[in-house]
Design a protein around this ligand. Structure first.
Ligand code: DQA
Length: 150
């Protein structure tokens, strides 16, 4: 059973190597391990998934519905700015999600200013580096705990 699914889009498997001045020095494994440790303390189950392929990301979002995932944390990476298919997948499954970006996309090239996800996200966290994922996890845990208390 997975309460929270973390989805990482294309090129995020290159974190640590990829433009460290923008994306930091942590690897994707480092980030996923931090998330797992924090989730364990909070008593929630978490699964992380990365793909460089749009269709695989769409399929993983659809599978989250079958698995009754309660919350999605997603960094769609470059697909943020292009993917109607991933937007539609998130709308299909109706699972609340937080959009995370390591960099502040609004300080960067204008093509990064538009997101196909932000207007449907519960929240958007950008520019906080890998801490952004931890903030999103805190928010997701709070929501899950609140909904269980009802
Ligand atoms: C990113 C920002 C995107 O514009 C870029 O294509 C990425 C990473 C970020 O985390 O800052 O791959 O989503």
């Amino acid at each position: 059973m997975t309460d929270i699914l973390v989805i990482h889009g294309p090129n995020l498997n290159m974190l640590g190597v990829r433009e460290p001045g923008i994306y930091g020095s942590k690897s994707l494994n480092d980030i996923n391990n931090e998330l797992s440790e924090k989730a364990e303390v909070r008593g929630v189950s978490i699964t992380s998934f990365q793909s460089n392929t749009e269709g695989e990301l769409v399929t993983r979002i659809q599978e989250a519905f079958q698995e009754s995932v309660k919350f999605i944390i997603i960094n769609p990476a470059a697909y943020t700015h292009t993917s109607v298919a991933m937007r539609d997948a998130l709308l299909s499954v109706q699972i609340p999600f937080i959009e995370v970006h390591l960099s502040n996309v609004h300080q960067r090239e204008s093509f990064r200013h538009h997101s196909f996800f932000s207007d449907k996200a519960l929240a958007v966290i950008c520019g906080m580096g890998s801490d952004g994922y931890l903030y999103a996890l805190d928010a997701a845990c709070k929501r899950i705990t609140q909904s269980q208390a009802k």
